[in-house]
Design a protein around this ligand. Sequence first.
Ligand code: PLP
Length: 268
Amino acid sequence: EPAQSSALAPAVVLTIAGFDPSSGAGITADLKVFAACQLYGVSAVTALTVQSTQGVLRSQPVDSALLGETLRCLQQDLPIAGVKIGMLGSGENVATVAAWLRDFSFPRERVVLDPVLRSSSGRDLLDASGQTLLREQLLPQTGWITPNLDELAALTGLPVTNREQMRAAAEALAATAGLRVAATGGHLDPPDDLLATPEGEAQWFPGRHLATRATHGTGCAFSSALLCRLVLGDSAEAAVAAAKQYVKEAMEAAYPIGRGRGPMHHLY
Ligand code: PLP
């Protein structure tokens, strides 16, 4: 049978990420963002976490063969227009996703990687060998990466504690990996984001500190909203600005659920 496609059907976007049972981060958050952006979201689970608004207690990667089968099963059925990659959980999963993107010749500019290395509560979510595989095998398949300050430091080996260092590290990563770096400065004051391109351009996106505890999953939501805007046809600059605006509004509209860092509200 021919694949269903019509002008009325929304584009299909895929999140490859971890499962947060409290729906603040990971797959469940990504799917809410996709729905809020009026796209059709599908998902492949890389890891189960035991987690609430108070933090991650435990993480268990899924079998990489199961992940690979899921990716191939979705790909042969659905016209995937864009891929967001979040927590991968194991080096085997990093290699599986990289091989799938390569086999599928998926266009790099429609792949957004959120390099999830540890939770805000301090739990490591990808070990050192997994981080090496991410740099060596996954970055060449990726057109966009959305590191926070700590992730930028880990990926480049450079210190990243202020704006100048953030800019230097983002520019270095963009040049060496040949991709766009949308670095999130949520831990800067003011919390400005930065877009650095492989062509050596850099642009700041000003932010304002928000008095809210609803910061759980902000990195997940930023990368998912960025992918949606790219799939919907925005330019690089417009997509970063829209993703930043999305996260700001979702944080402002958040409600107090849970004892910890509560979830954002995704505005449908
Ligand atoms: N759990 C999953 C599945 C994630 O993908 C992430 C981050 O991307 C986290 C937990 C950590 O989220 P946070 O840093 O907001 O605690």
